[in-house]
Design a protein around this ligand. Structure first.
Ligand SMILES: Nc1ncnc2c1ncn2[C@@H]1O[C@H](COP(=O)(O)OP(=O)(O)OP(=O)(O)O)[C@@H](O)[C@H]1O
Ligand SMILES: [Mg+2]
Length: 254
């Protein structure tokens, strides 16, 4: 099996603050890697480095075999990114947002329109696609954001807290999309504050705390590393000496 993401000795600081202090990671193609960590742990920083948006201070990063700093175009052609904060343009309709991305990717008018229509149908967004994005609920907006991410058929998809703030139903819709993507061979790197989400979706999970992975393994292995642990909350507490922070309000954005 090929390696989609390979990272060795990754370091990144903001001023004096070491956010990533030596992270190693390997994600095989066609699998889901779940990165868990409290607010401020460095999850988004890691995603931004892999997605070519931020340069690391030290370490080796290979995304689809390419270096995000020196081969940024090749990395960008291989990946899709759904950021923590949606990339949807509020002033445009859902359809216009989609077409904008297709045009940015130079898909060509015919192929672009065809792909947009296909994804809007697939994500059940046809009925709302004519409305300004600003009028969409959090769950619909997130779905539109995901559809925009997939226009270029990326082999590797980064999802930074894809379900934070969504209600349970919208969350399950996103989970289903992730599972479909994996079924079609896509590699997924997702960050989350929800233990249940990592447990449900990820083949492997790492817990990021104070700049390092304090645990890594399958959900079952993680639970085994801490004897007596019933769930990942217990694992986090045992590894860090602190409870995992409470996730934001579930329905604030939905
Ligand atoms: N541009 C920046 N300049 C200075 N500090 C930053 C910058 N971006 C992030 N940080 C700091 O780096 C740390 C890691 O931030 P990051 O956004 O990666 O965390 P996170 O795990 O994604 O958190 P959250 O769960 O809240 O999204 C935080 O302490 C943050 O304040
Ligand atoms: Mg973040």
């Amino acid at each position: 099996m090929n390696t989609a993401i390979a990272i060795r000795g990754l370091q990144k600081s903001y001023g004096e603050v070491g956010v990533l202090r030596g992270v190693d990671l390997e994600v095989p193609e066609g699998t889901v890697f779940g990165l868990l960590g409290p607010n401020g742990a460095g999850k988004t920083t890691m995603v931004r480095i892999m997605a070519t948006l931020l340069a690391p201070d030290a370490g080796q990063v290979r995304i689809a075999g390419y270096d995000p700093v020196h081969e940024a175009d090749a990395v960008r052609a291989s990946i899709g990114l759904t950021g923590q904060f949606t990339a949807v343009d509020e002033l445009l309709t859902g359809h216009e947002n989609m077409v904008l991305v297709a045009d940015l990717l130079h898909l060509g008018r015919r192929e672009g329109r065809r792909r947009v229509a296909e994804l809007l149908a697939h994500f059940d967004l046809e009925e709302v696609a004519g409305r300004p994005a600003s009028s969409l609920s959090g769950g619909l907006r997130r779905r539109l954001d995901l559809a925009m991410t997939l226009i270029g058929r990326p082999r590797i998809v980064f999802l930074d807290e894809p379900t934070t703030g969504l209600d349970p139903r919208s969350r399950r819709a996103v989970w289903q999309i992730v599972q479909e993507l994996v079924g079609s061979g896509t590699t997924i790197f997702l960050t989350t504050q929800y233990l249940e989400e990592a447990d449900q979706l990820a083949d492997r999970i790492a817990v990021l705390d104070h700049g390092r992975f304090v645990a890594e393994g399958s959900p079952a292995e993680l639970k085994q590393q801490v004897p007596g642990a019933q769930n990942l909350d217990d694992v986090f507490l045992a590894l860090t000496g602190r409870p995992i922070p409470v996730a934001p309000e579930e329905d604030s954005l939905s």
